[in-house]
Ligand binder design. Structure first.
Ligand code: CA
Length: 249
C-alpha cells in the first residue's frame, strides 16, 4: 500500500465541537423546505449554506468547500443529476459526499441518481431523523478525504485550519494559490494532474487563465517547498502534468 505509506490524514472528527461543525450545502429551490432544513440542521450542530439552483450550487461548492451536499433532484436551470455529474467530473470535488433528494418514488430514478455519482438518496417527504442518519453515515465514511484538518505527505505537513505549512519542522511560507495547489496535491498524493485539471480544481472552473499560469505557480511552489539539497517532491510528468511524489522520475 505504497499510496498510503506517507499519507497520514488526521481530522477534527467531533461533530459536537464548534471548531469542526461540518458544513452542509443545501441545494433546494423550494424556499420553505430550504429554510426548514437549515433550521433543523443548525439545531443538530451543522453549519448550513444554501443554493437555489445548479449553477449557484457549483459556485457555492467552489467557494465554501462543504463537507456534504444535499442535492434536490428537480431544480430549475440544471437538474440535480447534471449538478452531481459536474461535481464528480471535477478533481477537487470528486470525493465530495452527495445525498440526492428526490420527490419521485420510482426506484429507477434513484438508481439513475446513484449511477451519476450520488452517494445516497432520500425520497421526499422524509423525516429529519432519517436524513440525519444518512448524513452521519456518509460523513463517517468520507473521513479519508477531509475538507479541513491536517494533511501530511513525506516530511511536509499542512494545518489547514491554522493555514500553516512545515517541511521537516521548518515553516514554509506560501502564497494563496501555492497553498491551494499544495493542499490539492496533498489530498491526492502521487496522482498526476494535467494543467487543465489543476486549473479546474485550484482556480475554479469559471476562471479563465492560460494553462501556462499553472507552470508559474508550480515553479513558485517548488521554490518554497524544496530547500537546497532536499528531495524535490513536485514531479513534472512530460506531456501529462504534475504530481506530488517522492520519486521524481
Ligand atoms: Ca425542487
Amino acid at each position: 500500500m505504497r499510496a498510503h505509506e506517507d499519507l497520514v490524514v488526521s481530522r477534527m472528527s467531533d461533530f459536537a465541537s464548534n471548531a469542526s461543525k461540518p458544513l452542509v450545502l443545501v441545494v433546494e429551490d423550494e424556499a420553505a423546505l430550504a429554510t426548514m432544513l437549515r433550521y433543523n440542521l443548525e439545531k443538530q450542530g451543522f453549519r448550513v449554506e444554501e443554493a437555489a439552483d445548479g449553477p449557484e450550487a457549483l459556485t457555492r461548492i467552489a467557494e465554501t468547500q462543504p463537507d456534504l451536499v444535499l442535492l434536490d433532484w428537480m431544480l430549475p436551470v440544471m437538474s440535480g443529476i447534471e449538478v452531481c455529474r459536474q461535481i464528480r467530473r471535477r478533481p477537487a470535488t470528486r470525493d465530495l459526499p452527495v445525498i440526492m433528494v428526490t420527490a419521485r418514488t420510482e426506484d429507477q430514478d434513484a438508481v439513475r441518481g446513484l449511477n451519476t455519482g450520488a452517494d445516497d438518496y432520500i425520497t421526499k417527504p422524509f423525516s429529519m431523523e432519517a436524513l440525519l442518519a444518512r448524513m452521519r453515515a456518509l460523513l463517517r465514511r468520507s473521513n479519508a478525504v477531509p475538507a479541513k484538518g491536517q494533511l501530511t505527505f513525506h516530511d511536509i505537513s499542512m494545518d489547514l485550519a491554522a493555514h500553516r505549512v512545515q517541511r521537516g519542522g521548518r515553516p514554509i511560507h506560501l502564497g494563496p494559490t501555492e497553498f491551494r495547489l499544495l493542499e490539492f496535491f496533498m489530498q491526492h498524493p502521487r496522482r498526476v494532474f494535467s494543467r487543465e485539471e489543476l486549473l479546474d480544481a485550484v482556480w475554479g472552473p469559471d476562471i479563465h487563465v492560460e494553462p501556462r499560469t499553472v507552470d508559474v505557480h508550480i515553479r513558485r511552489l517548488r521554490k518554497s517547498v524544496n530547500a537546497t539539497g532536499e528531495l524535490d517532491l513536485v514531479r513534472t510528468v512530460r506531456a501529462a502534468g504534475y504530481s506530488l511524489d517522492t520519486e521524481p522520475v
